[in-house]
Ligand binder design. Structure first.
Ligand code: GLN
Length: 307
């Protein structure tokens, strides 16, 4: 084992005994996840993927899709058009909050559900399939392989997604979304249901870390400016109402999702990802947070400390 993989394995075993939290159950299909799964992965500048634990376990990307759909919206529409529909301010509220500016109805940021639905609605396309195909292409380019939708999770989320549907109707009432509400919200549900592994997430994080170039495929996926914009918003808003404390403790732009995934970005150094299904009260994975926090400490990755 090379020294970095050894260190990952050591951190993994240190964190393994923690058993606080529970898998998300408001999307019924997520409740059946094996709570003991645990995985950790890092991708460096030459595109070498190192991973330990259950690194081939697949799970749905959920909210970690949000920064990549934001990247697509920024690439397609430009920053001003995106900011016209969704803000860049931390909401300090849970991911599913009804967090809309009073007069304009603009959601606080694209990392919470309201803002992510507004962002998905900006992706051009004739129908849900057409829009989803563009999103899948973009996320696949970030991952360096073809991703696909878990139909069972999608169906489960669509069946129980009344809160997100309500958010979409509010957005529509403020003209934050233009097209049909159903198209916006079903596209959002499909993007959340894409299957990934911890290795995919680490490659996706690394693509952001290296200015929009996937270090495994060598392909430019988005402009450097788009990657920078996405990382800026992840820094202040990526961990919901834990974003401030996360920045304090870990010091890296990051994004979590309710299936237990987490990715973090050390610009020009690493893409990092962790996975474990048990969540804390913010909806962040207990052990994934602990793994990345410990790794940031040991590798000295906090961005605000002198390097
Ligand atoms: N699909 C989930 C939802 O909309 C995503 C939430 C999350 O990962 N925090 O509720």
């Amino acid at each position: 084992m090379d020294p970095i993989t050894e260190l990952l394995a050591e951190v993994l075993e240190e964190i393994r005994p923690r058993d606080a939290g529970a898998p998300a159950d408001y999307i019924p299909e997520l409740a059946s996840a094996d709570p003991d799964l645990l995985a950790f992965s890092v991708v460096g500048p030459r595109g070498r993927v190192r991973s330990v634990g259950d690194d081939h376990a697949e799970f749905t990307i959920q909210s970690i899709s949000k920064p990549f759909v934001l990247a697509l919206a920024l690439a397609e529409k430009g920053r001003d058009a995106v900011l016209g529909r969704v803000g860049a301010e931390p909401s300090g509220e849970p991911f599913n909050a009804i967090s809309l500016e009073p007069v304009t109805g603009r959601p606080a940021n694209p990392m919470i559900n309201a803002g992510a639905i507004a962002t998905s609605a900006l992706i051009p396309g004739d129908d849900v399939d057409d829009r989803t195909a563009r999103i899948v292409d973009m996320l696949s380019a970030f991952a360096g392989r073809s991703l696909w939708v878990d139909e069972a999770v999608y169906a489960s989320e669509s069946l129980t997604g009344e809160r997100n549907r309500a958010l979409a109707h509010l957005l529509k009432s403020h003209a934050v979304i233009d097209g049909p509400v159903d198209v916006a919200v079903e596209t959002y549900f499909r993007q959340c249901s894409l299957l990934v592994t911890v290795r995919d997430l680490a490659v996706m994080a690394a693509t952001l870390a290296f200015g929009g170039v996937n270090p495994v495929t060598g392909r430019r996926v988005v402009d450097e400016r788009v990657a920078r914009d996405v990382l800026s918003i992840m820094s202040s808003c990526g961990m919901y109402d834990y974003s401030g404390e996360w920045l304090l403790r870990v010091g890296l732009p990051a994004k979590s999702g309710v299936s237990g995934g987490l990715m973090a970005v050390a610009p020009s150094q690493f893409g990092v990802a962790a996975f474990s299904p048990r969540l804390d009260t913010h909806g962040n994975s207990v052990r994934a947070v602990a793994l990345v926090e410990e790794a940031s400490e040991r590798f000295g990755m906090h961005l605000l400390e002198p390097h």
